[in-house]
Structure formats: structure tokens, C-alpha cells
Design a protein around this ligand. Structure first.
Ligand code: ZN
Length: 197
């Protein structure tokens, strides 16, 4: 097979992005082709910069451009509470409520036997290592869907013997959904209504 032409290669790469099918990839590729050079350069620079400068915090796994991240370095955060979330973008959802002043721990996913994601694929060891250093409460803010619930139950079982209070956010967030789509009021209520598990 001959090497695909530049446009074909662009379509092929765009199609690898989540949620982009063959049609969308082709539409985007032709759009890029029509777009002025400077604008395209800004896009490619932004993509490179994300890969060059954004990394993961070695303490909480949140995305950051400095390690440890601003939360883990801050003097103003409550180090007695750790809020556990699945993905870095969930941190922003909780930060939007401006209520939570503790620290975070990002698991980088949730348990999902169907997708072959087990405990070893998640950042659980790091979390267990953080508990015991003055941490009094761990809030399990995994998504209110099957995987998130299973992950919360699994973590509670590991954390409680360590002598820490373990709480689960209230289900003000619609069941089966993703924390990303919870509005600020709902997120605030679910944090406030959290229960010990
Ligand atoms: Zn951090």
C-alpha cells in the first residue's frame, strides 16, 4: 500500500480522537485545510505545549505544570481531608463549588471488570500511603454509576481499617451520570450531604 496523502493522514489521526468518527474527521480535516496558516500553527503549538508542559502531580495525580501541584503545595488547604475522584477534570467540577478546601486524590479511572480495569490499574497505593499522615477524612467522590459505586465500596473496605473516617458523596448527582455534568448547586449539595460509609 502506498503512503497515504497528507490529507488522508490527517483524517486518519483525527479519527483516533474520542467521539470523532470518519465523517467528522473528514469535515475537520477539510476545515483545517481552509483555515489560515497562523491559526493552524496556534493549534499545533497548543497541542505540543500540552504534551511538553502539562504533567501529573506525583502526590495526587492531578494534572499540573509544576510538581507537586498547587493544591498539594498550598498552605491554605485543609490537609485533614482528601477527596477521591476518578479523573482530573472532576477536580475542577468540585473546585467550582468553592466549598471544598481539602486535598484531592485522582484515581485515573474506576474499577471496571468489563473493560479489564482492576485495582492495580488505578492509583490506589498512593492513596493508602497518604492516609495516616494527619488525614482524618476521605471523601469518596467517584461517579454515581456502577463503576464508581464499585470503586467506592472497594476503597471503603481498604481505608476503614486504617482508622480514617470514610464518606461517600450524596446522590444529588443523577445516578448513572458523570460528575463532570453536575452543576455547581448539585455538586455542592452532594458534598454537603455526604454520609459515612
Ligand atoms: Zn497534587
Amino acid at each position: 500500500m502506498s503512503r497515504p496523502d497528507p490529507l488522508g493522514r490527517l483524517v486518519e489521526q483525527l479519527q483516533r480522537l474520542p467521539g470523532i468518527g470518519a465523517k467528522s474527521a473528514q469535515r475537520l480535516a477539510f476545515h483545517i485545510l481552509k483555515t489560515p496558516r497562523e491559526q493552524v500553527d496556534r493549534l499545533t503549538e497548543a497541542i505540543s505545549e500540552v504534551k511538553d508542559r502539562v504533567t501529573y502531580c506525583s502526590v495526587c495525580n492531578n494534572i499540573t505544570d509544576a510538581d507537586p501541584c498547587t493544591f498539594c503545595r498550598s498552605e491554605n488547604r485543609d490537609r485533614q481531608i482528601i477527596c477521591v475522584v476518578e479523573e482530573p477534570q472532576n477536580v475542577s467540577a468540585i473546585e467550582k463549588t468553592r466549598e471544598f478546601k481539602g486535598l484531592y486524590h485522582v484515581l485515573m479511572g474506576a474499577l471496571s471488570p468489563l473493560q479489564g480495569i482492576g485495582p492495580d490499574d488505578l492509583k490506589i497505593k498512593g492513596l493508602l500511603g497518604r492516609v495516616g499522615h494527619g488525614v482524618e477524612e476521605v471523601i469518596l467522590a467517584t461517579n454515581p454509576n456502577v463503576e464508581g459505586e464499585a470503586t467506592a465500596i472497594y476503597l471503603a473496605r481498604l481505608l476503614k481499617p486504617l482508622g480514617v473516617k470514610v464518606t461517600r458523596i450524596a446522590m444529588g448527582v443523577p445516578v448513572g451520570s458523570d460528575l463532570d455534568y453536575a452543576d455547581e448547586v448539585t455538586m455542592h449539595r452532594s458534598m454537603e450531604g455526604r454520609r459515612e460509609v
